[in-house]
Write a protein that binds this ligand. Structure first.
Ligand SMILES: NC(=O)c1ccc[n+]([C@@H]2O[C@H](COP(=O)([O-])OP(=O)(O)OC[C@H]3O[C@@H](n4cnc5c(N)ncnc54)[C@H](OP(=O)(O)O)[C@@H]3O)[C@@H](O)[C@H]2O)c1
Length: 335
């Protein structure tokens, strides 16, 4: 079977390799991968920015979906032919996060999904909703579960709430879709008017160009009659955190997810305590979160938004597209 690996860091150094098909041992599942989706994190991994000390070689990518080809002794929750995806952290099954549960992230701590066949242990796979294509199903494990965790588990968003999304990448578009499912008002920022228009087609109520004016918190205040948003889905990182604190209401939540921008400004502690803001770090979610999200996706026949699909042989092209940043929603590699 063929797979892509990182032997040294850099998108141009990704190499395709081949080895004999793996066989599942007791408690293991062999999956024929049909599609893999990219997260910004996968680009950071390949470029050596995520963990410069990562052991190499490593198969990249956390997110993939495929068909069960064979099961090892004792496997009972899936059978040959089932449509499944791997869970991001192979050891976080349910309950609160813990250091031990956070070990075993695919395409980081252990080999990932950018391979024709992969072996995962039984608790590390979930069935995916029937109505999704392989490409759509591949977008769920990281971007989907992270947005679900931010909006539903942490944010507990209701129809009377206002949610702010930042940009129009994978996590943000899922957050828009989940917040709309909950009936919330969703407003958001982007560097592009064209992307804001597309986001409005998916239910965004109002948009603001952060490139034209980086002081978008004032706009959020105007949009919320001076109250502030109930939840900011924070993917911008250090460079947007100050604006997020200004944009959230007293007692509101900043779901801290991303690391897309930097700043030399100090962390503004004052507003966090004076406005009693809850700043909650989000690191994807558990298998239980994934299954709960899948139930909602199936119930509402929600469809993840895919920007472009690349063939397996041009996987580096997908990473280059992610680095270029012109995508809206998800970039996918089909096998
Ligand atoms: N903590 C976790 O568990 C977790 C999970 C998934 C992702 N993440 C992190 O979340 C971030 C987003 O990941 P992703 O996979 O969704 O990335 P992505 O698909 O590449 O989306 C990135 C988008 O963010 C927007 N953006 C970039 N810089 C921005 C800024 N300064 N302010 C506002 N928006 C900005 C851009 O949207 P426009 O083109 O519309 O401007 C860009 O297209 C990354 O930092 C990633 O590492 C964390």
């Amino acid at each position: 079977m063929k797979f892509w690996r990182i032997s040294s860091f850099g998108v141009d150094k990704l190499e395709m390799a081949e080895r004999p098909d793996p066989q599942p041992g007791p408690g293991e599942v062999l999956i024929a991968v049909k599609a893999v989706s990219l997260n910004y994190r996968d680009l950071m991994v390949v470029e050596g920015r995520y963990n410069p000390k990562m052991e190499l070689p490593r198969i990249p990518c956390s997110d993939g979906a495929g068909e069960v080809l064979a099961i090892g002794e004792g496997v009972s929750s899936v059978k040959v032919g089932d449509r499944v995806a791997g869970i991001f952290m192979q050891n976080w099954i349910d309950g609160k996060p813990a250091a031990a549960k956070q070990k075993g992230a695919l395409g980081g701590d252990v080999d990932g999904m950018l391979a024709e066949k992969v072996i995962l242990h039984e608790p590390g796979v979930v069935k995916v909703p029937d109505h999704l294509t392989w490409e759509e199903a591949s977008t769920l494990p990281c971007a989907g579960v992270t947005a679900w965790n931010a909006v539903v588990r942490t944010g507990q968003i209701r129809s009377c709430d206002t949610v702010v999304i930042q940009g129009t990448g994978g996590v943000s578009i899922f957050a828009l879709q989940f917040a709309r499912l909950a009936g919330a008002r969703v407003i958001g920022t982007s560097s592009s008017e064209e992307k804001l228009a597309k986001a409005k087609d998916l239910g965004l109520d109002a948009g603001f160009n952060y490139r034209k004016n980086p002081e978008w918190a004032k706009w959020v205040m105007q949009e919320t009659n001076g109250v502030g948003a109930d939840l900011v889905v924070e993917v911008g990182g250090a460079g947007t955190f100050g604006q997020s604190l200004k944009a959230v209401r007293t007692g509101g939540t900043v779901a801290q997810i991303g690391v897309l921008s930097q700043t030399s400004e100090p962390v503004p502690i004052g507003p966090i305590l004076m406005s009693q803001i809850r700043v909650q770090g989000i690191y994807v979610g558990s298998r239980a979160d994934f299954e709960e999200m899948n139930a909602a996706i199936a119930l509402h026949r929600l469809q993840p938004h895919i920007h472009e699909v690349f063939p397996f042989k041009n996987a580096p092209g997908a990473f280059q597209a992610m680095a270029g940043g012109s995508h809206f929603g998800k970039l996918v590699i089909a096998l």
